[in-house]
Design a protein around this ligand. Structure first.
Ligand SMILES: Nc1ncnc2c1ncn2[C@@H]1O[C@H](COP(=O)(O)OP(=O)(O)O)[C@@H](O)[C@H]1O
Ligand SMILES: N[C@@H](CCC(=O)OP(=O)(O)O)C(=O)O
Length: 379
């Protein structure tokens, strides 16, 4: 009989029916010399081969800013947001064209999808994105997704496409997330700076030691390994296996999907979260912080209870009813995230008080709990 690790490990890949492939800027842009069209053609051939086997593939592709910079003749990545937005607008055209041409060689259709963080945090738009993507994959069209860089500003952007790839894997409940980059996998230290670094062949996505090994990205990429490890944790929430591997290895996508031991495999080891909880967990923007006492931390973690005002010691930030807040323990460690039933001013008045006092304090009752357990996710 297969052990749990085998079920969720390499052999799970050979059974995968839906996979999200993310190709990073570091790979796509030929070390800063424009789009590497030959390499893109090679990945498209591999994806077409998976498609032939009936596997659904969704592509998350970076490269708009880098390709736009080359087209505009810029040597250095601009820091001004409006210049990044302009470069992305120019580059995204080339990127889309390139994928479309290569997939057309296999008589396959592509669909360009540009998403922002807002699209996935607004529940209605999230559900719209889900139905559009589902329809496309059912029609055997390959969605090619990127962040809509032209309309995002720093505070509302994913920034790296690893996170976007993981959220797409969650959205579509993909079996696997392949993060193709310019390194063979995750090493125990950044191999650019440490020649003795060793590659990790396999691990648990939520192993806290991984974050300490992961460093930042190169000149072209954004998030480095830090965002790849975090993406594996996010993907694990819907039960997806993540593989971080070099896109320069011959036939890398098909070999990984056949179960070959390439790159770093990060397995999920928890029971997948329900879709609504995953949506909550994927929210990046939080408006405030609730500091909980030890008793509240315990019931949230161990019993999946709602958060009552009586367990809140301190309220920070400015938020409205329905906003996302993070709950931390008294040492500042994150415990949970959720949609709060009261605005910050009311929450400050209610902190430490039993629920039956809410009406006497505020003159009305919105809800008996500060955050209902259906709107709360332990992190
Ligand atoms: N522990 C590590 N193992 C492997 N690579 C690492 C590690 N820490 C940092 N890196 C760096 O992360 C880079 C890949 O991330 P990034 O530049 O963001 O690429 P991409 O555009 O593919 O997302 C590698 O070039 C590597 O130097
Ligand atoms: N959306 C950006 C990609 C950002 C980026 O480089 O991400 P990553 O490849 O994850 O380091 C672009 O197309 O330029």
């Amino acid at each position: 009989m297969e052990s749990n690790e085998q079920i969720l490990g390499r052999s799970a890949l050979s059974r995968a029916r839906r996979v999200v492939v993310k190709i990073g800027s570091a790979l796509l842009t030929n070390d800063g010399r424009g789009l590497d069209e030959a390499a893109i053609g090679g990945w498209v051939d591999q994806i077409a081969a998976l498609h032939q086997q009936g596997i659904e593939v969704v592509l998350v592709s970076s490269g708009a800013v880098a390709a736009g910079m080359v087209r505009l003749g810029w040597q250095v990545r601009p820091s001004a947001v409006h210049e990044l937005q302009a470069a992305a607008a120019v580059g995204q055209n080339g990127l889309t064209q390139c994928y479309e041409q290569h997939f057309a060689r296999h008589s396959m259709l592509t669909a360009q999808i540009l998403l922002t963080h807002d699209d996935l945090s607004n529940r209605k738009r999230y559900l719209n994105a889900l139905s559009a993507l589902r329809t496309l994959v059912e029609m055997r069209v390959v969605p090619v997704i990127n962040e809509n860089d032209t309309v995002v500003t720093d505070e509302i952007r994913f920034g790296d496409n690893d996170t976007l790839g993981a959220l797409v894997a969650n959205l579509l409940e993909a079996d696997a997330l392949l993060l193709l980059t310019d390194q063979e996998g995750l090493f125990d230290a950044d191999p650019r700076h440490n020649p003795n670094a060793q590659m990790i062949a396999e691990g648990r996505a939520d192993d806290p030691r991984l974050a300490a090994m992961a460093g930042s990205g190169g000149a072209l990429g954004r998030g480095g390994m830090t965002t790849k490890v975090r993406a594996a944790q996010l993907a694990a929430r819907s039960g997806a296996v993540t593989v971080i591997a070099s896109g320069r290895q011959p036939d890398v996508i098909n070999r990984i999907m056949a179960g070959e031991s390439l790159g770093t495999l990060l397995r999920p080891d928890q029971v997948p979260m329900a879709a609504r909880k995953r949506w909550l967990a994927g929210q990046l923007q939080v408006r405030g912080t609730l500091v909980l006492d030890a008793g509240a931390v315990k019931v949230l973690r161990n019993q999946g209870s709602s958060l009552l005002a009586v367990g809140v010691r301190n309220v920070q930030g400015s938020f409205k009813r329905g906003d996302m807040v993070v709950c931390v323990d008294e040492q500042g460690a994150s415990v949970a995230k959720g949609l709060v039933n009261y605005g910050a001013d009311e929450a400050r008045q209610l902190a430490g008080q039993p629920s039956h006092q809410i009406e006497a304090i505020l003159g009305y009752v919105e809800a008996h709990e500060l955050i209902h357990r259906d709107n709360l996710v332990v992190v």
